[in-house]
Design a protein around this ligand. Structure first.
Ligand code: ADP
Ligand code: MG
Length: 303
């Protein structure tokens, strides 16, 4: 029995509301089966495609800041995830309360990331559309050979502001849905917390949550069964485990694409480095149960 932070990636959420409905039914069923094994679980999720779409559409009607779009994405994904989990538990005859915690995450107002946007959001566009946005001063980058996407500032998460509520729920063995979309980015001011124009990386926020709560496992569920070196080339090699030293070396050799696999292995490093008995597992949602038993996935373990 372990305490686990599960970070759900885009493929666990679907691309529109209809897809989200069936994707989350599936995700909730898998998560419920892990909880049935006796683990205490917190669930975080991404919001890259969703927050980009919300922001784009809302701004055709009225000007809204990016952090409001993050809050909206956290709310509607959290709503669906919570009710799907409740349904999955009752289908399995389990009585497990699900607590949704709207989560604000504090960042540093001076974080250099505000000057260098790196986080891809929204859908993909072609080169010509990208050129038009760039002309308007909107930063756009090529995303891992899949097309062009808008990028926004992604400052480092410093503090999960709702940690006490999350901790209380976990102590009572409730399942907690929190830190969705990396959390709503805020800075501390004389007026209390105020939102800032950014989207925090969900893998990074999940690692901070996992550290602050001293959980055993950071479980990153994504679109690949394992992490690879020489990914997408004829030399590609899937890895079952990486030591901290190997992970650092592979990062410096450029094996992990920024904006996709790099934030995951960096999250893994930040969670397990300098700690005892901590494990990060990166795998497919559908392989979660096998990966937890050590049968697949990529493990990065504390020394
Ligand atoms: P998520 O929504 O789960 O955060 P991402 O698309 O951001 O998913 O990241 C997962 C993707 O990272 C994989 O689908 C794969 O295309 C890409 N990737 C980049 N480098 C690697 C690598 N070295 N090994 C495995 N996958 C990689
Ligand atoms: Mg991602």
């Amino acid at each position: 029995m372990a305490k686990i932070v599960i970070a759900l990636g885009g493929n666990a959420l679907g691309n529109d509301l209809k897809e989200q409905d069936s994707a989350l039914t599936h995700s909730a069923t898998i998560i419920a089966s892990l909880i049935k094994q006796g683990h205490d679980v917190l669930i975080t999720h991404g919001n890259g495609p969703q927050v980009g779409k919300i922001h784009q559409v809302m701004n055709t009607q009225m000007e809204i800041p990016l952090y409001v779009s993050v809050a909206m994405s956290q709310g509607y994904i959290g709503f669906d995830l919570t009710r799907k989990l409740q349904h999955a538990f009752s289908s399995l005859g389990m009585n497990v309360p699900v607590d949704y915690v709207l989560t604000m995450v504090e960042v540093d107002a001076d974080d250099p990331a505000f000057q260098h946007p790196t986080k891809p959001i929204g859908g993909f566009m072609d080169e010509a559309t990208a050129a038009i946005l760039i002309k308007e001063g909107i930063p756009v980058v090529e995303d891992s050979g899949r097309g062009y996407r808008r990028v926004v500032a992604s400052p480092k998460p410093k503090h999960i502001t709702n940690l006490a509520s999350i901790q209380d729920a976990l102590k009572q063995h409730h399942v907690v849905v929190c830190a969705g979309g990396g959390g709503i980015p805020v800075v501390s001011s004389e007026q209390g917390y105020v939102g800032v124009e950014a989207v925090i990386d969900k893998d990074s926020a999940s690692a901070l949550l996992a550290k602050e709560l001293d959980v055993d496992v950071l479980f990153i569920l994504t679109a690949v069964e394992k992490v690879a070196v020489y990914y997408g080339t004829p030399q590609q090699q899937w890895l079952s485990s990486m030591s901290i030293e190997e992970t650092k070396r592979f990062i410096s050799e450029g094996h992990f694409a920024p904006g996709s696999m790099l934030p995951k292995v960096e999250a893994a490093l930040s969670f397990v480095s300098g700690a005892k008995n901590k494990t990060t597992i990166i795998t497919l949602l559908d392989k979660a149960s096998e990966a937890l038993k050590g049968e697949t996935g990529t493990r990065i373990v504390s020394d």
